[in-house]
Design a protein around this ligand. Structure first.
Ligand code: TRP
Length: 360
């Protein structure tokens, strides 16, 4: 095993709400897979957050948690190199959440635009739990417990990341004596416990769904899942509306055709893609079926190796293997998070003694 400790850290995660789709892939998962060697990576299963909107569905949350690990492993996350962390078994995260809640004005949390969007999208109205807005504070703790440099996330997480950066600055200024005018990159050098972590957005910030207009999302039923079969991919792309009605020999508009957004995102053969676009624009006997076929091939080329890796965890014993990976990763994660918590408490004059966490 390579030496993890000398590498800068990454922390990111997913709330287990269902299977991952291509929007997650281009928005964040692809970056995680790519950065596994360069960084000491921690990938968090935010199962506590799932309870903030689905407290009455514990069994489903457990199932979704295991499924998301299968998605990660299929996508190419390697538990030998990266650490998979179960949020509910890292007590330091829950403790840090409390301390961080004291560093954020209540109204600042409630104005968080990502929370507002979620309240609308999920129809939570004004009946959501107290824990729901608290998860945004908890997310600061998820991140800072690992003192990472980098957080690869989709652009919808920007507001949470900005809040996390504020918490890091505020803690370092209040409890570590860092000058409040220090540059973000200098906080640790100037004596701060927490780095002010940077956000890394994926190469496609917003991937359109197969409905051709909304962002890809499980709840809108417009998603292509990483676990879809070749046949399902073919069917979903096959049904897409190309944004215009035209004959193969009529000029087409690439810009209004959502299928070309997928071509841009997934076709590796850029020369072939340019030629396809040229012919489409000219009306050079190129039907929409042809474009779709190229996109179906490109997506299946991406998903095929994932299907092969997934097969290893599909049979009997698959769930147990996943739970084992979760346990090993979480044990490793607790070592880091407990150290962070002890240092934070020391900075806050709360160092009355050190406890040991044991994990079975
Ligand atoms: N809120 C994130 C999402 O819904 C998941 C998440 C929880 C997360 N904790 C995190 C992401 C920490 C990055 C860092 O996608």
């Amino acid at each position: 095993m390579t030496d993890r400790s000398s590498k800068p850290r990454i922390l990111t995660g997913d709330t287990p709400t269902g299977r991952l789709h291509l929007g997650h892939w281009v928005g964040s998962v692809e970056n995680r897979v790519r950065l596994q060697d360069e960084y000491d990576c921690y990938f968090l299963l935010a199962n506590m957050h799932a309870f903030t909107t689905r407290a009455e569905q514990p069994a489903d949350i457990r199932r979704d948690t295991i499924e998301i690990v299968k998605d990660w492993l299929s996508a190419g996350i390697d538990p030998e190199r990266a650490t998979i962390v179960l949020q509910t078994e890292v007590p330091a995260i829950a403790e840090l959440s409390w301390y961080f809640a004291m560093l954020l004005p209540f109204n600042r949390v409630m104005r968080n635009p990502t929370l507002k969007t979620e309240i609308d999208a999920k129809g939570l109205g004004d009946t959501y739990s107290f824990g729901f807005p608290l998860y945004a504070v908890g997310q600061c703790a998820d991140i800072l417990a690992f003192r990472p440099e980098l957080v690869p996330v989709g652009e919808d997480q920007a507001a949470h990341l900005e809040m996390c950066r504020e918490v890091a600055r505020r803690f370092d200024v209040l409890y570590c004596g860092v000058d409040s005018h220090a540059e973000d990159d200098d906080f640790v050098d100037k004596g701060g416990l927490f780095p002010v972590p940077k956000m890394l957005i994926g190469r496609v910030a917003r991937l359109v769904g197969t409905d051709g207009s909304n962002k890809m999302s499980k709840s809108l039923d417009n998603a292509i899942f990483l676990s879809d079969t070749a046949k399902q991919v073919k069917k979903k792309i096959g049904k897409m509306y190309p944004g215009q009605s035209r004959e193969p020999d009529e000029p087409g508009n690439v810009e209004i055709n959502p299928i070309f957004e997928y071509a841009d995102a997934f076709m590796k053969d850029t020369a072939g893609l340019d030629e396809l676009k040229d012919r489409y624009r000219r009306g050079d006997n190129l039907g929409d079926g042809h474009v779709k076929a190229a996109v179906i091939d490109a997506i299946n080329e991406l998903l095929e190796p994932m299907r092969e890796r997934r097969a290893e965890f599909e049979g009997p014993g698959g769930d147990d293997a996943v739970i084992d990976i979760i346990r090993q990763g979480t044990a490793r994660a607790n070592a880091v998070a407990e150290e962070t918590l002890a240092l934070a408490k020391e900075a806050m004059s709360l160092d009355f003694g050190r406890r040991d966490l044991s994990w079975r």
